[in-house]
Design a protein. Structure first.
Length: 70
């Protein structure tokens, strides 16, 4: 039986998945640039999962914290 449901859309598991994504994103960014300022902490939580994945990828290559969030 194929899986037809995306875990990110699940009412319960989706919230936990989002928290995990945010934790990974924050870890990647803080490892490179140090503690996040308030404006950077609020931004990822308001984004879609696709946008958070993009932020995480940019966090690996960006030359500045601002470069991640542009």
């Amino acid at each position: 039986m194929p899986i037809t449901e995306d875990i990110r859309n699940n009412e319960v598991l989706g919230r936990k998945y989002k928290r995990g994504e945010l934790t990974i994103l924050r870890s990647v960014i803080e490892k490179r640039f140090g503690p996040l300022p308030a404006w950077a902490q609020e931004s990822p939580a308001a984004k879609s999962w696709v946008e958070r994945e993009d932020l995480t990828a940019r966090g690996l290559d960006a030359e500045s914290l601002e470069g991640i969030f542009q």
